[in-house]
Every structure is written in structure tokens, then in C-alpha cells.
Design a protein around this ligand. Sequence first.
Ligand code: IYR
Length: 228
Amino acid sequence: MSTNTKLINGYPFTSYTHETYPPDEMISRSAAFYDWTEKRRTVRDFSDQSIPLEVIENIIKAASTAPSGAHKQPWTFCVVSDRGLKKEIRVAAENEEKESYDNRMSEEWIEDLKHLQTDWQKPFLEIAPFLIIVFKKAYDLAPDGNKRTNYYVNESVGFACGFLLAAIHHAGLVALTHTPSPMNFLTKLLKRPENERPFLLIPVGYPHPETYVPKLERKKIEEVMVKY
Ligand code: IYR
């Protein structure tokens, strides 16, 4: 790939080429990619087997390539493997989740979750070898302490989490997109600065050798795509 650079209105741009394919090959490649994404499942039963930190670093590098508003990359990925801290996170998450399941979630919500058989207990927060806690940066703090605006923060961090989940799947690992609510206990436990807000808690690891997932149907293309 060529790396020609030039200035446009004084700003550096680099020439970009991307591998392209004829239509037949695009069809087979996109179909193969779909088949592969179709195999991804949210898993709640983790093995406690360790995985190299380098794998986690690589999947976070991949996540951090996601597009973001004004290229601000308004995210922080906290990686927790320390047993004591994982236990503290489990205890705090279960406290909130028990209150949610018992008192905060609507009857409709509880009913909608029955087919997933989730409850307030979150043992995976201690069992999975790594917890990745994604924080969104509501704004950046410049070295002089001034606030710098970030843009489309939820969209940007959502993209990064999508990339992260794909990278985890690609590495042959499984994940759970866990959203204990409210999540501010994570800000305290991980001592995050005031500009960061918890976005998603993602246990990552090998699936437990005997793992069951709900038998789900995904919507057909006709239900999710409208042609004009
Ligand atoms: N946060 C709770 C409840 C929950 C909510 C949704 I929406 C789910 O798809 C699954 C669970 C929990 O993690 O159990």
C-alpha cells in the first residue's frame, strides 16, 4: 500500500487504497462473513481458564479502530483480571441487580427476559478470566484542565463495542454484554475520572465446556431491511 501524503488546506492526508473484489467474490465473502457472525452467541457460562493478556490487548486495539465523532475515540477499556476486584464488582453488581429484578424492572421487562432465564446472580463476574469495562468519555480533559467536547459519544462507543465483540468472536472467545443498572459503582471501584461514564461490562473468556444458550431465532432479512 502506498503511503503518499499531501497537505489539504494545510492538513495532512494520506493516500488510501483498499482491496476490492469482483461481484461474485464479494457475494461469497459477504455470505461467509454472515455465516461466521451467525455463530456468535451471548454466553453466560464461562470457563475460568486463563487467556493471554496479549489477546485482550489485541481485541481492544481492534475495538479502538472503530469510527468516532471527529476522531475523538471517546472510550476507555478497563481490563480487570484481579480476583479481589472481580469479587468486589460481582458483589456491587448483584446488589444493584437484586434491587432491579425485585423492584425496579417492570412486569413486562421481567416477562420479556424469561426465555433467557437470567436473574440477579452474576457468578460469571468472578469466573471469567477477564472483565472489560467500557467507559464513554462524555468530554475530554485537556492537560490544562479545560473541557474538550466529544461528539456522538454513544454512537462512537457503540461502534467500538461492536468491533470488540467481533474481535472476541474472531479470537475464538465468548462474551456477555452485561448492563448492571445503575452502573455508577464501576466508576468508584475502578477510580475513573469525572469525565468517564460506565457504558458496558463485558466478561470475556472461553465458554464453559458444557454451555447452553437460549434457542433463539434471528429476524429474517425481510423483517429488518426495507428496500426503496
Ligand atoms: N441487566 C439485567 C437484566 C437484563 C436486561 C436485558 I434488556 C437483557 O437482555 C438481559 C438481562 C441482567 O444483566 O440480568
